[in-house]
Design a protein around this ligand. Structure first.
Ligand code: 4NP
Length: 153
């Protein structure tokens, strides 16, 4: 299974999902290929946001080795699922798909993982510590749902 998480900057939500799912995969012994990317290029090469890293570390998830990169159309060939954090970024990704097969790989993360129609992971970038914790809880729940949905695929 090859999974790519996508958000805007690739420094808050999608690297968190990458780190949480990697952590779960290690525990469960799943050999999935997991990565993350941003639709925007503002933070290319940067480590995740220090607030995201600090919050994840509290939950035993290490994001330090991750570095931001930008989503490219080549990612459609490299992954089975492209899981996007919100509707804006979903639209930005889907418009780069060149056929129906590529488009079908793209889903809102929480819609696929938890069957929650139109559900988004909110951007915590301008938020408080509480918002980062809420994002963690949502992403963790989503990753648990994702494993349930995809482990037999
Ligand atoms: P992310 O959060 O998309 O979850 O990584 C953001 C990070 C940076 C910015 C916006 C959202 N920014 O505008 O720089």
């Amino acid at each position: 299974m090859r999974i790519l998480f996508v958000c805007l900057g690739n420094i808050c939500r999608s690297p968190l999902a990458e780190g949480v799912l990697l952590h779960m995969n290690e525990k469960l012994g799943l050999a999935w290929h997991i990565d993350s990317a941003g639709t925007a290029g503002y933070h290319i090469g940067e480590a995740p946001d220090r607030r995201t890293m600090a919050n994840a570390a509290k939950h035993g998830v290490d994001l330090k080795p991750l570095r931001a990169r930008q989503f490219t159309a080549a990612d459609f060939d490299r992954f089975d699922h492209v899981l996007v954090m919100d509707q804006n970024n979903y639209n930005l990704v889907v418009r780069q798909a060149s056929n129906a097969e590529q488009k079908a790989k793209v889903n809102l993360f929480l819609e696929l993982a938890l069957n929650r129609k139109n559900a988004e992971v909110p951007d915590p970038y301008y938020g408080s510590e509480k918002d980062f914790e809420e994002v963690f809880q949502l992403v963790q729940k989503g990753c648990e749902g994702l494993v349930q949905q995809l482990k037999v695929e």
